[in-house]
Write a new protein. Structure first.
Length: 65
C-alpha cells in the first residue's frame, strides 16, 4: 500500500501494520444513527523496532439530512 493512502486510525497510520477493525451501528430514527468502531492493531511487524499495539474505540453520532 502506498503510504499516502493508508488509514490514520488503523495502527496509527503508515504501512507494515496488521489487525482487526469491527464496526456496528444502530438507527436511532430515520435521520440519525449511532456507530461504534473498534480497532485492535499491531505495528512494526517486520522491523527491528519494538511492536506497538493500538486498541482504539470510536463512538460516532451520524446525522443524515
Amino acid at each position: 500500500m502506498f503510504g499516502a493512502f493508508t488509514d490514520s486510525d488503523f495502527a496509527g497510520g503508515g504501512t507494515d501494520n496488521r489487525g482487526h477493525q469491527v464496526s456496528a451501528a444502530i438507527a436511532l430514527n430515520g435521520k440519525a444513527k449511532l456507530q461504534l468502531t473498534y480497532f485492535d492493531t499491531d505495528t512494526g511487524l517486520y522491523s527491528s523496532d519494538e511492536d506497538v499495539r493500538y486498541r482504539r474505540a470510536f463512538l460516532d453520532l451520524i446525522f443524515d439530512y
